[in-house]
Design a protein around this ligand. Structure first.
Ligand code: EPU
Length: 413
């Protein structure tokens, strides 16, 4: 890619990766055919489809219509193999639904990835409180519970994954489960709403405490996936970093309140539209401090994009990462473009420079990749982002959309 173009135009965001994968897993809870709409055309959806097929489901993915149709049999297999789990950590989200449907589940442990240790202790603790026996054997998490019963669960931290696992187990458990300190991300609200449409009884959706009364069975439904706030936020940063003008369609600005407010502080003019928002930037951005926190705090999944923005902003910014310790790894790549970033534990000090200069860089995960592409958009000369397949896992048609907005970018290989 060659930096220097101002991005101008319109993009439409589809459903959220971090919701649709869980909605696909939630489909396991009901026998019959569940249909999901606004499904993004990304590799992780294919991996989840393959996992569901191995469990005995029929899965059809219509990429033109952006739908996935999952037909779930009465009897399911209960094993998620390492070859799939290692390709996609989110495979762990079949743990709760399989335990609820089969009374038993073997899921390969995902192991390390590029953004930190990411434990499963809260998932396990929640399931044990509901009567499951959980062990770790030969690299697999083995859980069994002939009967799951309601329980009181308190999460040490509002973990997205643990909230989803426990909710999906509780909807078919006997009795009432109360989960305190749950995650409140829009993707959690989305899965809870789908479960309610399926017949689940969940109170407190969108708050820190969920009360779930187990039912005997759930019914399949058709459900529209919540729009991807992280993709929408990435386009907003793209407008600001390039001094551009982008209208983001099918996006909910309410889901991005802090991030959009930060961009306003950086100098952007942001207005809401019928189905999204518009971001116009006409000056050099001012630097903005960031502290990542669980929703409604600033999302960790937009932290690398904001570091890229701060790297060419006027002034210095302090960025604090509270969720994934290794998410600052990518700043070494940003430094190859001339960025001035110093990290110390959870903190990064970003001193804005007047210009970045294009260079080959390596993307280590989805969001780091997005951050490097944003930096490449404003770096003088040519930037080559290696490992761009990471980006394809979260951003459907990224290169095509960038090109349509006026960027000079080519996909290779
Ligand atoms: N954690 C534990 N024990 C647990 C669960 C979590 O220690 O039992 C720790 C993790 O190690 C991590 C923190 O808690 O430090 C946050 O974990 P959380 O469970 O909230 O995140 P997740 O479910 O693993 C999802 C998204 C991430 C996103 C985070 C935070 C999916 C597939 N992944 O991960 O998305 O950053 O929530 O919002 O939904 C991405 O899309 O690039 C991505 C990494």
């Amino acid at each position: 890619m060659t930096g220097g173009s101002r991005l101008v135009g319109e993009v439409r965001v589809t459903g959220a990766k971090n919701s649709v994968l869980k909605l696909m897993a939630a489909a396991l809870l009901a026998r019959g055919t569940t249909t999901l709409t606004e499904v993004p055309d990304i590799l992780d959806v294919e991996i989840m489809a393959e996992l569901l097929r191995r469990l005995g489901c029929e899965v059809g993915h219509d990429k033109i219509e952006a739908t996935v149709e999952i037909t779930v049999p009465e009897t399911l297999e209960h094993r998620a193999d390492y070859d799939l789990v290692r390709r996609m950590r989110a495979s762990i989200c079949v743990l709760g639904p399989l335990l609820a449907r089969c009374g038993q589940v073997d899921v390969a442990l995902p192991g390390g990835d590029n953004i930190g240790s990411r434990g499963l202790d809260m998932h396990i603790d929640g399931l044990e409180r509901m009567g499951a026996t959980v062990s770790n054997e030969h690299g697999y998490l083995i859980a069994s519970a002939p009967v799951l019963h309601g329980a009181s669960v308190w999460l040490d931290f509002p973990s997205v994954g643990a909230t989803e696992t426990i909710v999906m187990a509780a909807v078919l458990a006997e009795g009432v489960t109360i989960i305190d300190n749950v995650a409140r991300e829009p993707e959690i609200v989305d899965i809870c709403q789908m479960l309610v449409e399926m017949g689940a009884r969940i109170e407190g959706i969108g708050t820190s405490t969920l009360t779930i009364t187990g039912v005997n069975a759930l019914q399949p439904v058709t459900h529209r996936t919540v729009s991807d706030r992280i993709v929408a936020g990435t386009w907003a940063v793209a407008a600001v970093i390039t001094g551009g003008d982008i209208t983001v369609r099918n996006a909910n600005p309410e889901h991005l309140r802090i991030a959009l407010d930060k961009l306003t502080t950086a100098g952007a003019e942001i207005s809401t539209t019928d189905d999204g928002f518009r971001v116009i930037m006409s000056e050099r951005p001012k630097s903005v401090d960031i502290v990542t926190l669980p929703y409604p705090g600033f999302p960790t999944d937009l932290q690398p994009q904001f570091i890229a923005l701060n790297s060419i902003a006027e002034g210095a910014a302090l960025v604090t990462e509270n969720l994934f310790e290794a998410r600052f790894r990518f700043v070494q790549e940003l430094a190859r473009l001339g960025a001035d970033v110093r990290t110390d534990g959870h903190h990064a000090l970003v001193r804005g420079v007047d210009r970045l200069s294009g260079a080959p860089v390596e993307s280590t995960d989805i969001r780091a990749g997005a951050g490097l592409v944003l930096a490449g958009l404003v770096a003088e000369g040519v930037t080559t982002v290696y490992g761009a397949s990471h980006i394809d896992r979260g951003y459907a048609g990224f290169v095509e959309q960038l090109t349509a907005l006026g960027a000079s970018v080519q996909a290779q290989g």
